[in-house]
Design a protein around this ligand. Structure first.
Ligand SMILES: Cc1cc2nc3c(=O)[nH]c(=O)nc-3n(C[C@H](O)[C@H](O)[C@H](O)COP(=O)(O)OP(=O)(O)OC[C@H]3O[C@@H](n4cnc5c(N)ncnc54)[C@H](O)[C@@H]3O)c2cc1C
Length: 381
């Protein structure tokens, strides 16, 4: 008979790693599984919002993250092709930090807490078994099966077909493609810049090693035909916003840092549970425009950890865990998700962003309030 783990966390991004660490810190034997080898570059704006700081602290990850010497960011700047850029102060200090450095550091912290981290291991199936759940995995041609009393999905937005929580790609709304690359040769103040244009937007954020991260979300039907490579898509974005073209005119791409993801579906229905709990992007995806997806991933892990602990201790049934977790996900994320989607929609309507920008210059508190509505509130509120 296979050895049985207390808990298997599937996906070792920010939600899975923090959750696995938290469960190991509570004394549970935990395995954390990811299909990728780390460190790896990942499509993300690499802007860790001010809201995430207290959560990193509560997971005992703050020191490890600070030791990577992230860039400190204190304002956001919205830049259209025409008009004066709009500056919005952030509600605290954000961090500019690559996922290359961040995710590996979270794995080290999880390992130090006793988590068994298995990378290069793809989960192919999960099903209930007599003692809990069976997780089937593939490592190249090798297969391995894990048994666990509890299993948690943290595999991000693009869950593979056949796994619990997989949602078939919708074909009515436009889906997006996400790309990223690091660049050298750009002077960057402690600011995250968001360039908006017809067909998407592109963010520039300074990161720990003096380079900047460029990440874009582009409507597949309008920009995909302009080029398939990451650099081709970034060049296409530059043709749609002259200020962006100026900003990147002398930028030098850092080899090996390019990544792409598709489809990015912004209208997926939230799903907190299907057979097993879903955390982070597996549960719901905030529009990346809000720059708060990582903080949401941390918060969902924070909500799930004590419930998993109660279940493993025998103080909560699986049904009770499902009920409490689903309720808190809805309570915490419905507001930011709705406001984030409204903002995403507003920025996609021709001329509307420019009107909004004009209004925001006259009433800066309006822009600040709109941005605040998309943010997570402090725990407990
Ligand atoms: C263009 C773009 C820009 C963004 N910018 C920002 C930003 O600036 N700030 C911000 O806070 N958020 C941003 N986000 C969102 C942020 O990246 C996500 O919210 C965050 O990564 C979610 O973390 P997660 O742990 O839930 O999932 P992920 O980080 O996606 O991790 C999931 C992990 O699961 C693994 N996995 C998947 N399937 C399997 C499988 N079958 N078996 C094993 N492992 C598997 C994957 O390899 C991956 O490592 C952006 C997103 C996009 C698309």
């Amino acid at each position: 008979m296979n050895h049985i783990q207390d808990v298997a966390v599937l996906g070792a991004g920010i939600s899975g790693s923090s959750l696995a660490k938290s469960l190991a810190d509570r004394g549970w034997e935990t395995v954390l599984i990811d299909s990728k080898h780390f460190p790896r570059h990942k499509v993300c704006g690499e802007f860790l919002s001010p809201e995430s700081q207290s959560m990193l602290q509560q997971f005992g990850l703050h020191e490890a993250v600070r030791s990577l010497q992230p860039r400190l960011i204190n304002k956001a700047r919205l830049i259209f092709d025409h008009g004066t850029p709009l500056e919005i102060p952030l509600p605290g200090t954000a961090l500019g930090l690559s996922r290359y450095a961040l995710d590996s550091t979270l794995h080290k912290a999880a390992t130090s807490s006793g988590v068994h981290v298995k990378t290069g291991t793809t989960v192919t199936s999960v099903y209930p078994s007599r003692r809990g759940f069976t997780v089937e995995t593939k490592q190249g041609k090798k297969t391995q099966t894990y048994e666990a009393r509890a299993v948690i999905a943290a595999w991000g937005a693009n869950c593979r077909a056949g796994l619990p929580g997989h949602r078939p790609s919708g074909n009515l709304k436009p889906t997006y493609i996400g790309v990223k690359s690091h660049f050298k040769g750009i002077d960057m103040e402690p600011v995250v810049e968001l360039y908006l244009f017809d067909g998407g937007y592109l963010g520039i954020s300074p990161v720990e090693d003096g380079s900047v991260n460029v990440a874009a979300l582009l409507k597949r039907n309008t920009l995909e035909q302009t080029g398939k490579s990451v650099s081709g898509l970034i060049e296409a974005a530059c043709r749609r916003n002259s200020k962006l073209a100026q900003k990147l005119a002398h930028a030098i791409p850092v080899p090996g840092t390019q990544a792409a993801v598709a489809p990015v579906e912004l209208n997926r229905k939230p799903l907190s549970w299907e057979l097993i709990p879903q955390v982070g992007d597996a549960s719901l995806m905030l529009p990346p425009l809000c720059g708060d997806g990582m903080s949401m991933a941390l918060r969902s892990a924070q909500l799930c950890a004590p419930l998993a602990d109660s279940f493993l201790s025998g103080n909560l049934t699986l049904a009770g865990w499902q009920e409490s977790y689903s309720r808190s996900i809805q309570h915490q994320f419905n507001g930011p998700l709705q406001w984030g989607r409204r903002l995403q929609w507003l920025f996609g309507v021709p001329f509307l962003p420019r009107l909004l920008l004009g209004a925001a210059h006259f009433a800066p508190e309006l822009a600040y309030k709109l941005v605040q509505a998309t943010r997570l509130k402090e725990s407990g509120s």
